[in-house]
Design a protein around this ligand. Sequence first.
Ligand SMILES: Cc1cc2nc3c(=O)[nH]c(=O)nc-3n(C[C@H](O)[C@H](O)[C@H](O)COP(=O)(O)O)c2cc1C
Length: 301
Amino acid sequence: MNLTTNLGKLKLTNPVMTASGTFGYGKEYSEFIDLNQLGAIVVKGISLKPMKGNPGPRICETPCGMLNAIGLQNAGLKEFIKQQLPYLRNFNTKIIVNILGTSINEYIELAEDLEAAGVDAIELNVSCPNVKKGGIVFGTDIKIFEELIRDVRRRTRLPLITKLSPNTADIKLFAKAAEDAGSDIISLINTITGMSINIKTRRSRLANITGGLSGPAIRPVAVRMVWECFKTVNVPIIGMGGIISAEDALEFVLAGASAVAVGTANFVNPRATMDILEGIKSFMTENKINSLKELTGTVKC
Ligand SMILES: Cc1cc2nc3c(=O)[nH]c(=O)nc-3n(C[C@H](O)[C@H](O)[C@H](O)COP(=O)(O)O)c2cc1C
């Protein structure tokens, strides 16, 4: 069985990766799983300067998922390169860094410094709905979105992944714009903006009022969007949104994903990525499938 997955020039030993923000910087999960077994680790979003994030409460449970408004808390680029990257480099897995900025120049600086630091790819987070500046602006204004990707593309040789926001009228337009602007890969979906109200206090359960919905609740939306993007672009797709089992992951592959990322499931079951990988292998053995490529985008409609 061949599990190697080529996302353009980014080569993974298998198609199962982590979703940014749900796996910390890897260390947190190393007592539960062997990090060498992951196709890639996508780390929590990094900004140039440290960010405090939003005030609490920042998380609340909803039926089939969660709302979060962490606000991209992180220790900043320098700290990541000094404290986290050396540890991650000990493992035989690709290190993908999710980056975010409040200006195009910040994204460029992050990309250049991370290339110099030796990471394997960068994922542009243009789709965080929970921060006032940056984030979602880049992901929902198509002109700024294209400009950002084009400018970062010019300044790095690293494989460039653009993470799409589902909070747009037509995700296909953004997928095409990302491809045209030079993104090597697209990943989708980020969280869907949501809100939950405590009827006793008449207050939102999140201090930020709204947050990003993730988990199984968003899976059908995510599968539909991957399928739409697969029909629109030629770049490889990383599918995510509510994957908790191998069956869920395979849905994304049939819809058009070449690799899958596991997010919220990591909070429920820290071994979720490994269970999903094992389940994919069993499915391939049972169905005599030699390579996942044979399945990508083969849904019969
Ligand atoms: C607590 C939390 C933090 C997240 N932080 C980030 C982030 O820093 N950058 C990013 O691009 N996506 C972030 N995401 C979005 C996830 O990477 C993923 O796209 C989304 O949760 C959908 O997948 P899931 O339903 O499997 O969680 C975060 C999600 C959660 C739940």
